[in-house]
Design a protein around this ligand. Structure first.
Ligand SMILES: [Fe+2]
Length: 506
């Protein structure tokens, strides 16, 4: 097969397609061997293809494979499109098994699809890259399955946002960006009610936009507080997103996307994981057109695993430059392309509208600043960021909330606020350090014997519930919880506690 990847702007009428182009559902948009005419080229641009594999003489014999079978990709895409969470996780596990059983996986092909179903297609790509990176990092099969499940579902929050916003034809303004950020919370909120989605997956989904230096969202967590699965997702998520052509910018070339990750090592991304990724994924895909520093042009026809930066480049049908191992090529390098063009300006009308919106936002913020000092006060003790975030959203309209991430912090807080104890404590059981049982025991011995403590945990056996009461807990609720159920329980305990206090005062 003679094929070479050509970026969309360089494709000319008359060239011949060497590999079919499909949409996200594997429906063929153009067939192999089709001669490109003006109409087709326009259509390819409208549909958002970053480029195409074309026939030419230089690339004779270069074969481009896919990392997973088409049918598997299609089933995964469908499970997400139908938002069938159980099926998506089932497919994620299938992808893990497939990639673990096949040691020679082809990572030499670009995923060329239309932009129409970007979120689902991107999620499957993130799943594939994540599993490969996780396996390279030596993660266990169980963790790989959690990673793959989280990867498949990491962006489902976008399904709850306006389609026109997610598929915007221009860069987001600040308000739109704030709305887009909501996809993290929406994803966690809607997935946490599903038993197939475990805590590890939820935590990773909640943290997949957090940066190493604390500049990410939604929590602004720093490196030590971000879980490993989220760190992996963050790297491959950005990598795949950069290589997607957006209506307002070209797709990054694979080497540009990889170099971006490397530039942002330790700032946005975990440095060791980026290094591992750069040893796993070729900088230049086979069939990719490159310019060399001596002025010749050619296409990449082979990668050397020991150095993905210096592949073998073919510049005529039979002649190659072996950049990695031929001493005669030691001084030759691949010339980086120019900077990726992005549309970052706003028209004067848009700027004025943006200013107006900012002023309105500020006014609404001022209005929303309500004095909560008289509200009933809850103390949440849970090590999971995602749970704390969900909880915060759930109670913010009705209660004043303080949340801490460990039993030790809860005790320190209560000791410091002996004179103004919260009205109710909501206690997780399994936490690193002091668990919920131990923390409750110390609260009962040293702080208060009537402060209501509501346990909540995914473990709900009879023995666990009994231990909750034995150590001094007031009530128990099982995770994942329905918000209405938990809110009713909180209300019930608060009313009960007020009545008891009134009784004791009489
Ligand atoms: Fe995301």
């Amino acid at each position: 097969m003679r094929l070479r990847f050509v970026e969309i702007d360089e494709i000319k009428p008359g060239m011949v397609l060497a590999k079919e182009l499909t949409d996200s559902f594997e429906r063929v948009v153009t067939k192999t061997n089709m001669r490109i005419r003006n109409g087709l080229l326009e259509q390819m641009k409208v549909l958002g293809f970053a480029g195409a594999y074309l026939e030419d003489d230089i690339s004779d014999g270069i074969y481009i494979g896919d990392p997973i079978p088409k049918s598997m990709r299609l089933q995964a895409v469908h499970s997400l499109k139908e938002f069938n969470v159980d099926n998506a996780i089932f497919m994620a596990n299938k992808i893990v098994k497939y990639l673990r059983l096949n040691d020679r996986i082809s990572m030499d092909s670009l995923d060329l699809r239309t932009y129409d179903e970007y979120v689902v297609r991107h999620s499957v790509n993130v799943c594939i890259y994540s599993v490969l990176l996780g396996a390279k990092l030596g993660l266990s099969m169980k963790i790989l399955e959690d990673l793959a499940g989280a990867a498949m579902l990491h962006d489902v929050g976008n399904f709850y946002l306006d389609h026109r916003l997610v598929y915007s034809q221009r860069p987001f303004n600040s308000k739109e960006y704030e709305m887009i950020k909501e996809h993290v919370f929406l994803g966690v909120e809607n997935l946490q009610i599903n038993f197939a989605v475990n805590e590890k997956m939820l935590e990773a989904i909640a943290q997949h936009h957090e940066n190493e230096d604390g500049s990410g969202y939604p929590e602004g967590l720093s490196s030590e507080d971000i879980c490993d699965i989220a760190k992996i997702l963050h790297i491959v998520d950005v990598y795949d997103a950069l290589m997607t052509k957006k209506p307002y910018r070209k797709a990054y070339r694979s080497d540009e996307a990889m170099n971006y990750l490397i530039e942002q090592k330790g700032i946005l991304f975990d440095a060791d994981y980026v290094d591992a990724f750069a040893e796993l994924i070729p900088f230049y895909y086979r069939g990719m057109k490159v310019k060399l520093s001596d002025g010749t042009e050619g296409c990449v026809d082979m990668n050397y695993e020991e150095n993905f930066r210096r592949p073998r480049v073919r510049f005529s049908k039979y002649k190659t430059y072996r950049l990695n191992d031929d001493p005669a090529c030691a001084h030759i390098f691949i010339v980086p392309p120019g900077p990726v063009e992005t549309l970052t300006y706003l028209s004067p009308e848009e700027s004025k509208a943006k200013e107006r919106r900012r002023a309105e936002e500020k006014r609404l913020e001022e209005e929303a600043r309500v004095d909560k000092t008289d509200w009933e006060h809850l103390l949440l003790v849970d090590d999971m960021v995602s749970i704390r975030k969900i909880f915060e959203e759930m109670v913010k309209e009705d209660y004043r909330l303080t949340s801490v991430n460990s039993g030790e912090s809860a005790l320190a807080y209560l000791e410091e606020h002996q004179d103004d104890l919260p009205d109710l404590v909501i206690m997780d059981i399994h936490m690193p350090g002091m668990d919920g049982f131990e923390t409750t025991r110390v609260i009962r011995e040293q702080i208060s014997d009537d402060l209501p403590i509501l346990f909540f945990s995914e473990s709900a056996g009879e023995e666990i519930i009994q231990r909750c009461y034995e150590c001094g807990g007031t009530d128990f609720v099982q995770k994942p919880f329905k918000s209405i159920f938990l809110m009713n329980k909180i209300e019930k305990l608060l009313v009960q506690s007020i009545r008891e206090k009134e009784k004791n005062n009489k």
